[in-house]
Every structure is written in structure tokens, then in C-alpha cells.
Write a new protein. Structure first.
Length: 270
């Protein structure tokens, strides 16, 4: 129970990596403030989470005996996001851990899509993370108890990709941009004992990856054939959650400003 007495604020928590992080941190004693948009974004090109998905996250955390406050909010809306966080703090107590996980990957083929891919992916992935940290960090600083902020980037935040559609370009730009945000926050928040790091997964078996649009993209890019150095086709959510747990815990108390790949050797092989 290495997170006993802690409260974690997690975005994109209704399914996939976000749910996995919520459950894993709850297993180690954290209470969870879980936020998700629970609605589709047309340019994403695949269905996003639903209110029932968020209820399932609540069910799984409560089954562990953990406290959880769940709210529907869009990370692109700072007012709604702040309100969701404030309600969670009122229910569970002040935040010690932030996991800025919400994101989309609109990897539609050239000439296909809504036309909003570039704007939407930057708004969700980059500005949404900015909104998330800006909502939580001031109270963490004022409280003076330190903390940990973990940002979900991607191997696309450390390497280039080979397709120049608006969604792929926007995704890559957003994930690189998260590294810049992280490095600046790591410096700015270090005097307050708040650590900030990014996690960089390769392909993880979630609905963001396991859909017809993404599979078509992967087949179109020869660099995505056997992309890992280790003999594994796809990572599991739990693989990323273990890294998030470590970064969130005191086991990583002097780790800040780090870009941590969890990628089966993807970046090294590139």
C-alpha cells in the first residue's frame, strides 16, 4: 500500500490506460478523482469512452475498497475540469498525484476525416494536459506536501513518424510538446517538491489502438511492422500502469524531468 492516504487525479479514466492507472493506484491505497469526456470527438475516427465505461472504472476501484469520485468533463474546458477536480477534492481530500492521461489519436488516411484532426488532437492532448496541470498544481504548491505529476506522452513524443496526415502530424507535435511542458514544470515545481515526468508507451492494446482506422494506419507504414526490439507485438495497459505507479510513489522520490519509455525497445530500435 505504497500510496496509502494519497489522492490521485486521473484524466481519461473511463477505460484503457486511464482505467488501468486508476485501478493500479487504488490497489496501492490511493483514492481516485476520475475524469473523462465520455463522448465522441468526430475527428478521432473511433468511438471514445461512454458514461457506462466510467461507471465500470468506479465499480472496479470500489471493489478494491478504494474511494473514488468520478465526473464527466472535457479536458479542453478548463472551467468544467476545475469544477470536476474541486468536487473530487471536496469528497476525497487534496491531490497528491496527477496523471494527465487523456488523449486521442486521429490517424485517418490522407483525404479521409473531418478536417479538424490537427486542431482537435492538439486541443485534447496538449492543451488538455496544460489545463489538467494548471487545475491541480496551484493547490499542490499551496499545500506544501510535494507530489508527483505523470504525463502520458508516447514514443511519438521521442521519435518522428513517417506519415504526414494532419492527425498524425498533430499527434506527434502534441506528444513532443508534452515533453517541453514536462521539462519546464519539472524545473518550476521542483522547489515545492513536486516531481514531473512523462511516460512514453509504444502500442498498447486499448480501443485507441485496436480499431479499424489505427490498424489501417499501422499496415500502411512499413516502420510499424515488427516495431519493437523485444519479441512482443503489443503492450498491455498494466505495463504502463506499473511505470506510472513507480513515478507516483516515493520509490521515485528523486526522479523528475525524465522521459521514461515503456516501449519494448521501440525508441532504441528506431
Amino acid at each position: 500500500m505504497i500510496l496509502a492516504g494519497k489522492v490521485a487525479f486521473i484524466t481519461g479514466a473511463a477505460r484503457g490506460q486511464g482505467r488501468s492507472h486508476a485501478v493500479r493506484l487504488a490497489q496501492e491505497g490511493a483514492d481516485i478523482i476520475a475524469v473523462d469526456i465520455c463522448a465522441d470527438i468526430d475527428s478521432a475516427g473511433y468511438p471514445l469512452a461512454t458514461p457506462d465505461d466510467l461507471k465500470e472504472t468506479v465499480r472496479q476501484v470500489e471493489a478494491l475498497g478504494g474511494g473514488i469520485h468520478a465526473a464527466v468533463a472535457d479536458v479542453r474546458d478548463p472551467v468544467a475540469l476545475q469544477a470536476a477536480l474541486d468536487a473530487g477534492v471536496a469528497a476525497l481530500g487534496p491531490v497528491d498525484i496527477v496523471v494527465a492521461n487523456a488523449g486521442i489519436a486521429p490517424f485517418s488516411a490522407a483525404g479521409v476525416g473531418s478536417g479538424n484532426e490537427w486542431r482537435d488532437v492538439l486541443d485534447v492532448n496538449l492543451t488538455g494536459t496544460y489545463n489538467t496541470v494548471r487545475a491541480a498544481a496551484p493547490a499542490m504548491v499551496e499545500r506544501g506536501a510535494g507530489g508527483s505529476i505523470v504525463i502520458t506522452s508516447s514514443t511519438a513524443g521521442l521519435t518522428g513518424m513517417s506519415v504526414d496526415t494532419p492527425g498524425v502530424l498533430g499527434y506527434t507535435a502534441s506528444k513532443h510538446g508534452l515533453v517541453g511542458l514536462m521539462r519546464t514544470w519539472a524545473n518550476a515545481l521542483a522547489p515545492h517538491r513536486i516531481r514531473v515526468n512523462t511516460v512514453h508507451p509504444s502500442g498498447v492494446g486499448t480501443p485507441m489502438v485496436m480499431n479499424d482506422m489505427m490498424l489501417g494506419f499501422l499496415r500502411s507504414d512499413p516502420n510499424m511492422v515488427n516495431p519493437h526490439a523485444l519479441p512482443v507485438a503489443m503492450l498491455e495497459c498494466s505495463d504502463i500502469s506499473e511505470a506510472v505507479l513507480w513515478l507516483a510513489s516515493d520509490h521515485a522520490r528523486y526522479v523528475t524531468g525524465v522521459t521514461l519509455p515503456v516501449d519494448a525497445g521501440f525508441v532504441n530500435k528506431r
